[in-house]
Design a protein around this ligand. Sequence first.
Ligand SMILES: C[S@@+](CC[C@H](N)C(=O)[O-])C[C@H]1O[C@@H](n2cnc3c(N)ncnc32)[C@H](O)[C@@H]1O
Length: 280
Amino acid sequence: MLSYRHSFHAGNFADVLKHIVLIEILEYLKKKDKSFCCIDTHAGPGTYQLNGDYALTNREFEKGIGKLWQRDDLPDRVANYVDLIKVFNSSALLTRYPGSSAIAKQLLRSKDRLFLYELHSTEIELLRNTVKKDRRIKVFHADGLKHAMGLLPPAEHRGLTLIDPSYEIKSDYNLVVETLVNMYKRFATGTYALWYPVVERSRNQKLEKAIHNSTIKNVQLFELGVRSDTDQLGMTASGMIVVNPPWTLAVTMQQILPWLADVFGYDGAGFYRIQTLFGE
Ligand SMILES: C[S@@+](CC[C@H](N)C(=O)[O-])C[C@H]1O[C@@H](n2cnc3c(N)ncnc32)[C@H](O)[C@@H]1O
């Protein structure tokens, strides 16, 4: 049974990094006229109310998007992300946060396609409500790790697959690598973005080693940490592992990650990593 609800965490520092990377990849794909296909294996409910009970329980968004909302000194690509979040808020007040599926929908052109998977019975209804009827988008109440495989390679032969699990079960760390390797086998030129939390560093080291030792080539990792590694305090950092990243992504992340680490770090303990897991 699934118990995880992303509404408790929406807009936190991990979402900021995840959604900046998502936007950068989709905007890069849009630079070419040719259509693309976007797959979101863990779509969530679409949008989140930041003034609702779930988000207000731990107010995680205040230490994420909340820290950027009113600043007028944002680096260019961070400002681009905040501008997109503003589209979902009708006033100057931050009350709504879009998830990956709503962000992708917002950036989709009429010729592009979006496939969304969500397994939770409540979240899928919220997601359907957010997406509404849209001929470009298909929503599935199904296991994204199992079923998205069947969409690859997409007819467009260009696209992004976002894999954003909650890692509720330790075996998820192995499962995501297995899935990524199988997806890559079917569509080796596609871009894949895998989100990961840092809760216990040894799990991440195993995950990175497994990807490094796999058949997957051209992988970059972007991580943002708010405090030093410890296995006592929950999530201290998170990152995105990107297969076949646009060449522009590392350039952008090099510009903005030091700034984000400075803004989000607790007591100056913020840090970042940019690493090539396997060069082309
Ligand atoms: C971290 S949240 C996703 C957040 C979302 N991507 C966003 O940016 O707003 C993970 C979601 O995946 C769902 N989920 C868990 N296992 C799944 C699976 N195997 N297939 C599809 N959805 C799954 C959970 O119910 C949860 O809503």
